[in-house]
Design a protein around this ligand. Structure first.
Ligand SMILES: [Zn+2]
Length: 279
């Protein structure tokens, strides 16, 4: 195991420090020698968050999906053990957001090519499982299309990811805010209370709550077709589906942890499939 620098002296208080990793869980914060040593030591799995660089209304930065993808993956990796994260794929298929300044969208073909090449790189490094974690819904169709080609392409490395997006959304994004007393019209499907809360928990320095606004609060099912075909600007001039003003950091922390728990389960199931293959 790699050595770590000692933590700073405590001030003599009685607070017990939580057990910390001996190194970063982020692949790209490690040296190549650390990565190799970890893989030899049984760190066989890598979670790759698939984010986006796209508008998230007046209160939130463009990197929202990258940030909650990263935060949930780190939390999951910590719970799973022997799992690394990243690098986050910060560009995704965001066609429905391109009317808004700053949005950077790649084509489906480009994204599919990136997924292939990322998986190949991790397989070559020696990871035995690559799990692509959907942090931006627009990436899901591309992942679904390409997974059958990638799944067993590299002997010794199983490539998988979030398949059941509808199941994931219905048991997390569309359930936990309601349990916390926030109607779905407010928590929203894009840049609403849900994402604002997660950002207030993870990166409050990047949230402009004094600019927070409500957007279109219609049920997503009622507008999704128009959003995907004509762009989100056609149903919401400020780019929000939901209400940013209801954002709350404590709820955001709960949301991040709940999404991470879902991811933990996903990776455990994938590990089971890997184990079955090698039996
Ligand atoms: Zn988002």
């Amino acid at each position: 195991m790699v050595p770590r620098s000692e933590p700073p002296e405590s001030d003599g208080g009685t607070m017990i420090e939580p057990e910390r990793e001996k190194h970063s869980l982020l692949l790209d914060e490690l040296t190549t020698f650390q990565v190799r040593e970890l893989i030899v030591g049984g760190w066989h799995d890598v979670i790759v968050p698939l984010g986006a660089t796209e508008q998230h209304g007046p209160a939130l930065p463009l990197l929202v999906d990258n940030e909650h993808g990263l935060q949930t993956a780190i939390r999951a990796a910590r719970l799973l053990g022997k799992t690394l994260v990243g690098p986050v794929v910060t560009l995704g298929y965001s066609q429905e957001h391109t009317a808004f300044a700053g949005t950077v969208s790649v084509s489906k073909a480009t994204l599919a090519g990136m997924l292939h090449d990322i998986a190949e790189s991790h397989a070559r490094t020696g990871f035995r499982m690559v799990y692509f974690w959907i942090a931006h819904g627009g990436n899901h169709a591309v992942l679904q299309d390409i997974l059958p080609q990638l799944e067993l392409k590299w002997p010794g490395c199983y490539v998988t990811g979030l398949r059941d997006l509808a199941g994931y959304v219905s048991t997390t994004w569309n359930r936990i805010p309601v349990e916390k007393g926030i109607p779905l019209s407010i928590s929203g499907s894009h840049a609403g209370e849900f994402e604002t809360s997660m950002m207030l928990a993870a990166r409050p320095d990047l949230v402009r709550m004094d600019s927070a606004e409500a957007g279109n609060v219609a049920p997503f099912d009622a507008i999704v077709e128009k959003v995907m075909q004509e762009g989100i600007d056609r149903v919401s001039p400020n780019g929000v589906l939901g209400d940013q003003r209801a954002g709350d950091a404590r709820r955001g922390e709960f949301y991040l942890n709940t999404l991470a728990e879902y991811l933990v389960n996903e990776v455990k199931q994938a590990r089971e499939r890997v184990a079955q293959r090698s039996r």
